[in-house]
Design a protein around this ligand. Structure first.
Ligand SMILES: Cc1cc2nc3c(=O)[nH]c(=O)nc-3n(C[C@H](O)[C@H](O)[C@H](O)COP(=O)(O)O)c2cc1C
Length: 212
Protein backbone atom coordinates (compact mmCIF):
# COMPACT_ATOMS: atom_id res chain seq x y z
CA UNK A 1 0.00 0.00 0.00
CA UNK A 2 1.35 3.43 -0.97
CA UNK A 3 0.45 6.83 0.40
CA UNK A 4 1.43 10.14 -1.15
CA UNK A 5 1.68 12.97 1.38
CA UNK A 6 1.78 16.47 -0.10
CA UNK A 7 2.34 19.59 1.99
CA UNK A 8 2.07 23.12 0.61
CA UNK A 9 2.58 25.57 3.45
CA UNK A 10 5.84 27.52 3.30
CA UNK A 11 5.79 27.99 7.10
CA UNK A 12 7.87 24.94 8.00
CA UNK A 13 7.53 23.75 11.60
CA UNK A 14 5.17 26.64 12.40
CA UNK A 15 2.61 25.41 9.89
CA UNK A 16 -0.72 24.12 11.15
CA UNK A 17 -1.57 22.28 7.94
CA UNK A 18 1.76 20.44 8.14
CA UNK A 19 1.12 19.53 11.75
CA UNK A 20 -2.33 18.16 10.90
CA UNK A 21 -1.22 16.21 7.83
CA UNK A 22 1.73 14.71 9.74
CA UNK A 23 -0.70 13.65 12.48
CA UNK A 24 -3.01 12.00 9.95
CA UNK A 25 -0.23 10.17 8.08
CA UNK A 26 1.18 8.97 11.39
CA UNK A 27 -2.24 7.56 12.38
CA UNK A 28 -2.38 5.55 9.16
CA UNK A 29 1.26 4.46 9.33
CA UNK A 30 0.68 2.99 12.78
CA UNK A 31 -2.24 0.89 11.55
CA UNK A 32 -1.50 -0.08 7.94
CA UNK A 33 1.34 -2.62 7.78
CA UNK A 34 4.11 -1.88 5.27
CA UNK A 35 2.61 1.44 4.25
CA UNK A 36 5.07 3.22 1.95
CA UNK A 37 4.93 7.01 2.30
CA UNK A 38 6.00 9.16 -0.63
CA UNK A 39 6.44 12.74 0.63
CA UNK A 40 6.33 15.86 -1.53
CA UNK A 41 6.87 19.34 -0.11
CA UNK A 42 5.57 21.82 -2.67
CA UNK A 43 7.25 24.74 -0.95
CA UNK A 44 10.62 23.12 -1.73
CA UNK A 45 9.87 21.09 -4.88
CA UNK A 46 7.57 23.60 -6.53
CA UNK A 47 5.98 22.36 -9.75
CA UNK A 48 6.64 24.48 -12.85
CA UNK A 49 3.89 26.73 -14.17
CA UNK A 50 2.19 25.87 -17.42
CA UNK A 51 4.08 27.36 -20.37
CA UNK A 52 3.07 27.74 -24.03
CA UNK A 53 5.33 24.80 -24.84
CA UNK A 54 3.67 22.68 -22.17
CA UNK A 55 0.20 23.54 -23.46
CA UNK A 56 1.20 22.47 -26.97
CA UNK A 57 2.98 19.31 -25.86
CA UNK A 58 0.24 18.06 -23.57
CA UNK A 59 -2.40 18.17 -26.34
CA UNK A 60 -0.11 16.57 -28.94
CA UNK A 61 -0.65 12.78 -29.15
CA UNK A 62 2.21 10.96 -27.37
CA UNK A 63 3.34 9.23 -30.58
CA UNK A 64 3.77 12.61 -32.34
CA UNK A 65 5.70 14.46 -29.63
CA UNK A 66 9.13 15.83 -30.46
CA UNK A 67 12.04 15.33 -28.06
CA UNK A 68 11.59 18.94 -26.91
CA UNK A 69 7.92 18.27 -26.14
CA UNK A 70 8.80 15.12 -24.23
CA UNK A 71 11.32 17.09 -22.21
CA UNK A 72 8.72 19.76 -21.48
CA UNK A 73 6.40 17.12 -20.05
CA UNK A 74 9.03 15.27 -18.00
CA UNK A 75 8.15 16.82 -14.63
CA UNK A 76 4.44 16.30 -15.19
CA UNK A 77 4.92 12.70 -16.41
CA UNK A 78 6.89 11.86 -13.26
CA UNK A 79 4.35 13.56 -11.00
CA UNK A 80 1.43 11.73 -12.63
CA UNK A 81 3.29 8.42 -12.21
CA UNK A 82 3.81 9.10 -8.48
CA UNK A 83 0.16 9.95 -7.96
CA UNK A 84 -1.12 7.03 -10.05
CA UNK A 85 1.10 4.63 -8.09
CA UNK A 86 -0.40 5.75 -4.77
CA UNK A 87 -3.48 4.24 -3.16
CA UNK A 88 -3.97 7.05 -0.66
CA UNK A 89 -3.51 10.77 -1.28
CA UNK A 90 -3.13 13.19 1.64
CA UNK A 91 -3.08 16.81 0.52
CA UNK A 92 -2.54 19.62 3.03
CA UNK A 93 -2.63 23.35 2.43
CA UNK A 94 -3.46 26.74 3.91
CA UNK A 95 -6.21 28.85 2.37
CA UNK A 96 -4.67 31.78 0.51
CA UNK A 97 -6.96 34.58 -0.61
CA UNK A 98 -9.98 32.29 -0.41
CA UNK A 99 -8.44 29.62 -2.61
CA UNK A 100 -5.36 27.41 -2.73
CA UNK A 101 -1.66 28.33 -2.64
CA UNK A 102 -0.31 28.78 -6.16
CA UNK A 103 2.08 25.86 -5.59
CA UNK A 104 -0.86 23.49 -5.20
CA UNK A 105 -2.54 24.97 -8.28
CA UNK A 106 0.66 24.28 -10.22
CA UNK A 107 0.57 20.72 -8.82
CA UNK A 108 -2.96 20.29 -10.24
CA UNK A 109 -1.98 21.84 -13.57
CA UNK A 110 0.78 19.23 -13.88
CA UNK A 111 -1.51 16.41 -12.79
CA UNK A 112 -4.46 16.80 -15.16
CA UNK A 113 -3.16 14.99 -18.26
CA UNK A 114 -5.03 13.41 -21.18
CA UNK A 115 -4.41 9.66 -21.51
CA UNK A 116 -2.55 9.62 -18.21
CA UNK A 117 -4.76 10.77 -15.38
CA UNK A 118 -7.95 10.98 -17.46
CA UNK A 119 -9.16 9.62 -20.79
CA UNK A 120 -11.40 10.79 -23.59
CA UNK A 121 -13.74 7.90 -24.31
CA UNK A 122 -15.08 6.86 -27.72
CA UNK A 123 -18.60 7.95 -26.75
CA UNK A 124 -17.42 11.53 -26.12
CA UNK A 125 -17.33 11.24 -22.33
CA UNK A 126 -14.26 11.49 -20.13
CA UNK A 127 -13.21 9.27 -17.25
CA UNK A 128 -10.70 9.90 -14.51
CA UNK A 129 -8.01 7.40 -13.58
CA UNK A 130 -7.78 8.41 -9.92
CA UNK A 131 -11.18 6.82 -9.24
CA UNK A 132 -9.89 4.12 -6.90
CA UNK A 133 -7.86 6.38 -4.64
CA UNK A 134 -8.71 7.48 -1.14
CA UNK A 135 -8.25 11.23 -0.98
CA UNK A 136 -8.25 13.69 1.90
CA UNK A 137 -7.77 17.44 1.73
CA UNK A 138 -6.62 18.99 4.99
CA UNK A 139 -6.99 22.75 4.81
CA UNK A 140 -6.24 25.48 7.33
CA UNK A 141 -7.95 28.84 7.31
CA UNK A 142 -7.33 32.01 9.27
CA UNK A 143 -11.02 32.92 9.29
CA UNK A 144 -14.08 30.85 10.07
CA UNK A 145 -15.85 30.02 6.80
CA UNK A 146 -17.96 27.11 8.03
CA UNK A 147 -21.25 26.83 6.11
CA UNK A 148 -24.23 27.73 8.25
CA UNK A 149 -22.02 29.08 11.03
CA UNK A 150 -20.20 31.94 9.40
CA UNK A 151 -21.39 34.98 7.41
CA UNK A 152 -18.21 34.55 5.31
CA UNK A 153 -18.85 30.99 4.15
CA UNK A 154 -19.83 32.09 0.62
CA UNK A 155 -16.24 33.33 0.17
CA UNK A 156 -14.84 29.78 0.35
CA UNK A 157 -13.51 29.31 -3.19
CA UNK A 158 -11.00 26.69 -2.00
CA UNK A 159 -13.38 23.75 -1.52
CA UNK A 160 -14.96 23.93 -5.02
CA UNK A 161 -11.56 24.67 -6.61
CA UNK A 162 -10.27 21.38 -5.17
CA UNK A 163 -13.43 19.38 -5.79
CA UNK A 164 -13.76 20.17 -9.52
CA UNK A 165 -10.40 19.04 -10.93
CA UNK A 166 -10.26 15.97 -8.71
CA UNK A 167 -13.85 15.05 -9.64
CA UNK A 168 -12.74 15.29 -13.26
CA UNK A 169 -9.89 12.90 -12.42
CA UNK A 170 -12.34 10.42 -10.92
CA UNK A 171 -12.28 11.38 -7.24
CA UNK A 172 -16.00 11.72 -6.60
CA UNK A 173 -16.04 11.75 -2.81
CA UNK A 174 -12.89 13.21 -1.33
CA UNK A 175 -12.72 13.87 2.40
CA UNK A 176 -12.23 17.37 3.73
CA UNK A 177 -10.96 18.37 7.14
CA UNK A 178 -10.93 22.16 7.35
CA UNK A 179 -9.37 23.69 10.44
CA UNK A 180 -10.86 27.13 11.04
CA UNK A 181 -10.55 29.78 12.45
CA UNK A 182 -6.82 29.51 13.13
CA UNK A 183 -5.77 33.14 12.89
CA UNK A 184 -8.43 35.83 12.81
CA UNK A 185 -10.05 34.96 16.10
CA UNK A 186 -9.40 34.71 19.83
CA UNK A 187 -7.13 32.09 21.36
CA UNK A 188 -10.01 29.98 22.63
CA UNK A 189 -11.65 29.74 19.20
CA UNK A 190 -8.29 28.82 17.62
CA UNK A 191 -7.68 26.08 20.13
CA UNK A 192 -11.19 24.74 19.61
CA UNK A 193 -10.66 24.76 15.85
CA UNK A 194 -7.51 22.66 16.14
CA UNK A 195 -9.19 20.28 18.56
CA UNK A 196 -12.08 19.84 16.09
CA UNK A 197 -9.65 19.19 13.24
CA UNK A 198 -7.73 16.51 15.19
CA UNK A 199 -10.99 14.86 16.16
CA UNK A 200 -12.25 14.95 12.53
CA UNK A 201 -8.98 13.37 11.41
CA UNK A 202 -9.41 10.61 14.00
CA UNK A 203 -12.91 9.93 12.63
CA UNK A 204 -11.80 9.83 8.99
CA UNK A 205 -8.88 7.53 9.86
CA UNK A 206 -11.23 5.16 11.71
CA UNK A 207 -13.54 5.05 8.71
CA UNK A 208 -10.68 4.44 6.27
CA UNK A 209 -9.00 1.82 8.41
CA UNK A 210 -12.16 -0.31 8.44
CA UNK A 211 -11.48 -0.85 4.75
CA UNK A 212 -7.88 -2.06 5.08
C1 LIG B 1 -0.87 35.12 1.82
C2 LIG B 1 -1.93 34.64 2.78
C3 LIG B 1 -3.25 34.68 2.40
C4 LIG B 1 -4.23 34.23 3.27
N1 LIG B 1 -5.54 34.25 2.87
C5 LIG B 1 -6.49 33.79 3.69
C6 LIG B 1 -7.87 33.78 3.29
O1 LIG B 1 -8.23 34.17 2.20
N2 LIG B 1 -8.79 33.30 4.17
C7 LIG B 1 -8.45 32.82 5.39
O2 LIG B 1 -9.32 32.38 6.14
N3 LIG B 1 -7.15 32.80 5.79
C8 LIG B 1 -6.18 33.28 4.98
N4 LIG B 1 -4.87 33.25 5.38
C9 LIG B 1 -4.53 32.65 6.69
C10 LIG B 1 -4.05 31.21 6.57
O3 LIG B 1 -4.91 30.44 5.77
C11 LIG B 1 -3.98 30.58 7.95
O4 LIG B 1 -3.12 31.32 8.79
C12 LIG B 1 -3.56 29.13 7.91
O5 LIG B 1 -3.76 28.56 9.20
C13 LIG B 1 -2.08 28.96 7.53
O6 LIG B 1 -1.80 27.58 7.45
P1 LIG B 1 -0.30 27.06 7.68
O7 LIG B 1 0.00 27.33 9.14
O8 LIG B 1 -0.33 25.62 7.37
O9 LIG B 1 0.59 27.83 6.76
C14 LIG B 1 -3.87 33.71 4.54
C15 LIG B 1 -2.52 33.69 4.92
C16 LIG B 1 -1.56 34.15 4.05
C17 LIG B 1 -0.12 34.08 4.46
Amino acid sequence: MRLMHVDSSPKGVKSNSRMLSAYYVDLLEKKIPNLVVDYLDLSVDTPPHVTGEFAKATYTPASERTDAMKKELEYSDALCARVLMSDILVFAMPMYNFSMPSTFKAFIDNLVRTNLTYNFNDDGTTSGNLNRKKVIFITTRGADLRPGLSPWSHLDALTPALRSPFYFLGVENPYFVDAQPLQFSDQEAREEALKRAFSDLDSVALEWLKQY
